[in-house]
Unconditional design. Sequence first.
Length: 153
Amino acid sequence: MKLSLRGEYALRSLVVLGLIPKEEVIHTHRISERQNIPRKFLEQILHEMKNAGLLESRRGRSGGYRLKLKPEEISLAMVIRLIEGPLAPVSCVSERFYDKCTCPDEQQCAIRSIMKEVRDAIVRQLEKVTVADLCARALVLGNQKTNPLEYII
């Protein structure tokens, strides 16, 4: 699994959204400027996450986006699967996106066997880390700012 810019931008935008108070919204241009993400590209990513039920939006001058779910309810695995597709390094070990194996004997394929272990390790880690965990880490790494909005302003 390789995280594309699209996946990285999705996670970075979720950190910003996870740090704002739950009743507030933040406009895409603020996320774009703070995280150095091209605005049109960000809008596509946010729209995709909204359609998947992770975000909600408000239109108009005072509009913007906010998390629809609690930050603790959004795992990195959920986001990466949405944006990138399968977490598996090869398609024949994917549980959700299985594709026909090209090996002569799938059950005795040493490569498939090790890639399944790799997939399992990736999934375990990404399932246990949430947007809340990313936000907490961002605050610690950001010199322990006491006001979370300082991270996004």
